[in-house]
Design a protein around this ligand. Structure first.
Ligand code: CDP
Ligand code: MG
Length: 759
C-alpha cells in the first residue's frame, strides 16, 4: 500500500491544486512537486481529464466559498446551505468535506464515511458517477452509491480503504441504514441534499438526525437545498447558521399562453417545433410527467422536425426519467449535434424530462424551458386508505425552479403552457411535503423499528394528520406487526427488514406457511417493479379550469408488458397467452416462469412483447428478497405443481398480506371495497375470464371512475380463515358483503359442529 494512501487527512488539509498546476507546466520534473500529481485516493497519477474537469469546477459558485464553508462547518454541528441549482452543491460540497474532515476514528482500524442523500435514484447514480470522474477514481470504490435493490459501494471497499470514502445514497436508504445502525456511526458527516423536496424519507431523517446529533457530538449535518423556507429550517435545526451561495442566473423571460391549453402534450410538442424553427441556438428542456408520455413526445418531436427537412438544424432528442437505463441517462450530458454541413445551422439538444431536471440534475446549455405545469404527485386519502400517483398541477415554487433552468449559461426563455391568471390564482405557493400526502404505514413501521414509540410527539417538521397516523397504526396492528399496545411484534421486526410495503412484507413472511414462498417471491418481485404512466394527458383538462385533485385520469400498466402502437393486436395476443384465468398476479407469475424457462433470453422477450429490462430488474429484486428471507430462516418452498392446491396456496398467501384490499361483487353488478364501501371497477387490463364474487387487488387507481388494478379471484371462506380478526362482523359496516360473510361464518360453525359430533 503506497505511503500516499496512508497520508493522514486532517481538517483543512486541502489539496493544493495550485501546486498541481505548477507541476503540469514544468512537466513534473521536480520530485516533491510530482507527488501532487498523485491521486491520494488511489495512489495513481492523475489523468489529464482530472485537470480539465478541475478547471470547470473552479468556475462553480460554491468553489469561491470553500474556505468559508469549511470554517462554518468546523465551528458548528449543523449547517444549512442554500444555493441555486447548478451552483455546485451536490458535486462539490461532499468533496470539500472529504478534503477537510478527519475520517479516522480514535480506533485507527475504523474508517468513517460521508453520506450525501438524494431523493431520486437517478440523481444518486448520476452524481456519484460525475464525482468519481472529478476525483479521478473508479465508481464503487472511493465513491459509491446505494439505492433500493442496488448497492454500488461494496463492503470490501469500505474496509480495505485507508483513506476516506463517501457515497451518494437515496434518503430512503439512509433511513434503512439507521435501522441497523441507529446512531449512524459509520458516518462522520451527513449531507441531506435537496431538502426543499421534502420527501417522506428526508422529513423522517430530519427528526431522526436531530436526536442522533444530541447523542453524537462528533457528527456533523449539512442540510442543502435549492430554495428553502430558510427561517423554518433554521428554527427547526436549533438556529443553525445559514450559508447562501449566490446563484449566477441570467435573466429568464417568461411567456404564458393566452388561452388555457386543451392538451398539454400536443402544445408542448408544438412549442418545441416553433422554438426550433424561429429561435436562436440553445438547447430545449421540456417537463412532462412520466415514461410513456416522454417516450411518446420524443418520437413525435423527432418525426415532426425531420419532416421540416434541411431548412432547420439537426436535433438530438433525449428522454430522462427514473427508470431509464443508466447508459441512456448519460445522454443528457452529451453536446448538441454539429451542423449538417460546415457553416450550416447549428444543432440543438432537446431534453424531455420528468421533475428530475427541476432541481436534482443540472443540464448545461439549456436556454429554453417548456413548462406545461403538471407533475406526477402522490396523494393520499386516509379515510378510504387510498394512496395514488396523480398527474396534478405543480406549485408556484416549482414553476419558478423550472424557469430558472433556462438561465444557467446565458439569458433564456421559459414558455409556460398555462395562462398568467392561472399561475396567479390556481397554483399553490409551495408543494405540500410528501409526509402530508402519504400512506404512513411503512414509515410508522420504520419508526417503530428505530425505537421511536411516541409518534405523536416525534419532532416532525410538519406533523402528519393524526388520522393518517392512526390509520397507519391500525393497518400495522391488523397485519400483526404491532400488538394492541402499539409495540413492534417479532413478526413486525422481520417485516420491517423488507424494503417493501407492509402488506407485501407480511405476504412474504407468511408464505412458507402456505408452502409457496418461491412463487410469492416471484410475484412480489414482479409487483415491485416500477410502473409507468400511460397517455393520461388527453383526459386532463387544462390548467385554466382544473378539476379538483383526485379527478384526473390515470391509467397504469405494469411495464413488463410491451404494447407498441404498430403491433397492438399481436401484443394483446401475446399477453393473453400468459393469462391466468384466476387473476393478474398469477399471470405475472406465468410471465416470470416463462422468462426463466427461456433462459432470460432478450429475443424471447422481444418476440413475446415482454419488457426484458423490467424482467431483469424483477429478477434482481427477487434475489435480494431471497437474501432477506434467508437471513430470517424463512424457508423457500413450493407446493407440487400438479397438486390442486398449487394456485390455491398462492392465493391464500396473497390474501394473508392483502386482506385489507378486497372487493366484493354486489348484486347490482358493481364491486364495493370491503369495509370502505367504495364503488370500484375491474381495470380493463385484467385477464380474468369471469367476474369473481371476491377479489384482492394490488392497487386502487383514482380517477372519475375508480379502478382496482392487478386483481385475483379469492374465496369468501378464506377471508374467514385467514383474517378473522379483520373480518370480525361485530365491527363491520352494514352491506351485502357482511350478509354473505355472516352466512359463511354460520357454515363454518356448522362444519365444526359436525366434525365435533362425528368424533
Ligand atoms: O447541486 P447543484 O444543483 O448546486 O449543482 P451540481 O449538481 O453540483 O452541478 C454543478 C455542475 O456540475 C453542473 O452545472 C454541471 O456543469 C456539472 N455536472 C456535470 O457535468 N455532470 C453531472 N452529472 C453533474 C454535474
Ligand atoms: Mg444538487
Amino acid at each position: 500500500m503506497g505511503t500516499e494512501r496512508k497520508r493522514k487527512v486532517s481538517l483543512f488539509d486541502v489539496v493544493d491544486d495550485s501546486l498541481a498546476k505548477k507541476v503540469k507546466s514544468n512537466g513534473g520534473a521536480n520530485n516533491s512537486v510530482a507527488n501532487a500529481l498523485i491521486n491520494r485516493w488511489n495512489a495513481r497519477p492523475y489523468s489529464q481529464r482530472y485537470f480539465d474537469i478541475l478547471e470547470k469546477r473552479k468556475t462553480l459558485p460554491v468553489w469561491h466559498q470553500k474556505e468559508e464553508f469549511l470554517q462554518v462547518l468546523k465551528d458548528n454541528q449543523t449547517l444549512i446551505l442554500v444555493g441555486e441549482t447548478g451552483s455546485g452543491k451536490t458535486t462539490q460540497i461532499p468533496q470539500f468535506v472529504l478534503d477537510a474532515v478527519e475520517l479516522e476514528t480514535p480506533d485507527k482500524r475504523k474508517k468513517m464515511m460521508i453520506a450525501c442523500t438524494q431523493p431520486r435514484r437517478v440523481a444518486a447514480m448520476s452524481v456519484s458517477r460525475r464525482v468519481a470522474e472529478e476525483m479521478d477514481v473508479t465508481i464503487g470504490e472511493e465513491v459509491g452509491y446505494s439505492i433500493r435493490f442496488e448497492d454500488c459501494s461494496s463492503a470490501r471497499t469500505v474496509l480495505n480503504l485507508t483513506s476516506g470514502f463517501h457515497r451518494y445514497l437515496t434518503d430512503g436508504m439512509l433511513l434503512r441504514e439507521a435501522m441497523t445502525d441507529p446512531l449512524l456511526e459509520r458516518y462522520k458527516v451527513i449531507i441531506l441534499d435537496e431538502a426543499h423536496e421534502r420527501t417522506l424519507a428526508t422529513d423522517v431523517l430530519f427528526g431522526l438526525l436531530k436526536e442522533v446529533l444530541k447523542n453524537r457530538p462528533d457528527l456533523k449535518l449539512v442540510v442543502m437545498s435549492a430554495t428553502l423556507e430558510a427561517e423554518k429550517f433554521q428554527g427547526y435545526f436549533f438556529g443553525a447558521p445559514l450559508m447562501k451561495v449566490p446563484g449566477r442566473l441570467h435573466p429568464v423571460e417568461i411567456f404564458y399562453t393566452q388561452e388555457p391549453e386543451r392538451d398539454y402534450l400536443e402544445a408542448g410538442i408544438r412549442t418545441v417545433v416553433q422554438i426550433h424553427m424561429c429561435e436562436p441556438p440553445g438547447d430545449i428542456l421540456v417537463f412532462l410527467t412520466g415514461e410513456e408520455e416522454i417516450e411518446d413526445a420524443c418520437r413525435k418531436i423527432t418525426k415532426e422536425i425531420s419532416n421540416l427537412g434541411d431548412q432547420v438544424g439537426p436535433v438530438k432528442v433525449v428522454p430522462l426519467y427514473s427508470t431509464l437505463p443508466p447508459a441512456m441517462q448519460q445522454k443528457i450530458f452529451e453536446p448538441p449535434p454539429p451542423p449538417l454541413k460546415e457553416g450550416g445551422i447549428p444543432g440543438r439538444k432537446i431534453v424531455v424530462s420528468t421533475n428530475i431536471a427541476e432541481t436534482s440534475l443540472t443540464i448545461d446549455g439549456i436556454v429554453y424551458v417548456i413548462d406545461p405545469g403538471f407533475a406526477k404527485q402522490k396523494v393520499y386519502n386516509p379515510r378510504v386508505r387510498v394512496e395514488s400517483l396523480l398527474v396534478s398541477p405543480i406549485s408556484k415554487a416549482s414553476a419558478h425552479q423550472r424557469s430558472g433552468r433556462a438561465g444557467r449559461t446565458q439569458p433564456g426563455k421559459c414558455f409556460r403552457l398555462y395562462t398568467e391568471r392561472s399561475f396567479n390564482n390556481d397554483l399553490q405557493p409551495q408543494t405540500y411535503p410528501e409526509i402530508l400526502r402519504s400512506n404512513l404505514a411503512n414509515t410508522v413501521l420504520t419508526l417503530k423499528k428505530l425505537g421511536i414509540d411516541d409518534l405523536v410527539h416525534f419532532d416532525f417538521m410538519d406533523p402528519p394528520a393524526p388520522e393518517t397516523l392512526m390509520r397507519a397504526l391500525e393497518v400495522l396492528n391488523y397485519l400483526g406487526a404491532l400488538d394492541d399496545d402499539g409495540n413492534l411484534t417479532k413478526l413486525g421486526e422481520i417485516m420491517s427488514e423488507f424494503p417493501l410495503d407492509p402488506q407485501m412484507s407480511k405476504m412474504l413472511v407468511v408464505s412458507p406457511e402456505f408452502n409457496c414462498s418461491n412463487e410469492i417471491l416471484s410475484i412480489s418481485a414482479m409487483l415491485s417493479d416500477e410502473c409507468v404512466l400511460l397517455g393520461c394527458h388527453q383526459q386532463l383538462s387544462s390548467l385554466g379550469s382544473m378539476p379538483p385533485v383526485g379527478m384526473h385520469h390515470r391509467i397504469l400498466i405494469p411495464n413488463c408488458f410491451v404494447r407498441p402502437r404498430e403491433a397492438q393486436k399481436a401484443a394483446d395476443e401475446a399477453k393473453a397467452r400468459f393469462g391466468h384465468i384466476d387473476g393478474d398476479h398469477l399471470t405475472l407469475l406465468n410471465v416470470y416462469h416463462a422468462y426463466k424457462q427461456n433462459n432470460e433470453d432478450p429475443s424471447w422477450c422481444y418476440d413475446n412483447f415482454v419488457n426484458h429490462r423490467a424482467l431483469k430488474s424483477a429478477d434482481n429484486v427477487r434475489q435480494q428478497l431471497v437474501r432477506i428471507m434467508a437471513r430470517f430462516n424463512l424457508k423457500q418452498c413450493s407446493t407440487d405443481f400438479n397438486s390442486r392446491d398449487y394456485y390455491v396456496n398462492i392465493r391464500k398467501a396473497m390474501l394473508a398480506g392483502y386482506f385489507m384490499q378486497v372487493a366484493h361483487l354486489e348484486r347490482t353488478g358493481h364491486y364495493l371495497t370491503v369495509k370502505d364501501n367504495q364503488v370500484v371497477h375491474l381495470h380493463p387490463s385484467n385477464c380474468l375470464d369471469h367476474k369473481p364474487e371476491w377479489v384482492i387487488y394490488n392497487e386502487y387507481v383514482l380517477t372519475s371512475r375508480n379502478f382496482i388494478r392487478t386483481v385475483t379471484d379469492i374465496r369468501g371462506e378464506w377471508l374467514v380463515d385467514v383474517a378473522p380478526h379483520y373480518y370480525d362482523l361485530s365491527n363491520f359496516p352494514q352491506c351485502e358483503a357482511k350478509r354473505v360473510l355472516e352466512k359463511l361464518y354460520k357454515k363454518r360453525e356448522k362444519e365444526k359442529e359436525e366434525t365435533r359430533s362425528r368424533r
